[in-house]
Design a protein around this ligand. Structure first.
Ligand SMILES: [Zn+2]
Ligand SMILES: [Zn+2]
Length: 127
């Protein structure tokens, strides 16, 4: 965190830890619900500001795969998402890295890649 020029505070560290240990791609509200019990002084505004700070610095990903909510991801390795249209679960998976690259000849600079697969997960399919 420090080498990104971000001053680590107790609340910031808690938010980052939450994202690194919960691979559910939570919304800001879900992070608030998960942390507010143990951190009663934590406000939603702090969470929103911290998430913006972290995603601007590239420490976390800000996902737009959910039309209604912004979701956040503590995994910044290139990866794709599988979204179950039945239970709404978002799973990480790691396809061949080439899929994330444009041909070098295109001369474009990539800042963000989002690859989402939609379908029905294993446990919903077997229900
Ligand atoms: Zn499912
Ligand atoms: Zn992810």
């Amino acid at each position: 965190m420090q080498h990104h020029g971000i001053k680590p505070s107790v609340q910031r560290i808690a938010i980052l830890n939450y994202l690194l240990t919960n691979h559910t791609h939570p919304t800001a509200d879900e992070i608030y619900a998960g942390l507010s019990a143990t951190m009663p002084t934590l406000s939603k505004t702090t969470i929103y500001n911290t998430l913006k700070l972290f995603s601007d610095a590239g420490i976390i990903l800000n996902l737009s795969l959910d039309e209604k909510n912004q979701r956040f991801d503590g995994c910044i390795q290139p990866h794709a998402h599988f979204i179950c249209s039945c239970c709404g679960k978002i799973e990480d998976f790691f396809p061949e890295e080439e899929i994330f690259a444009l041909p070098e000849s295109s001369g474009k600079e990539i800042h963000k890649v989002e690859i989402s697969y939609y379908g029905i997960c294993h446990s919903c399919k077997c229900r």
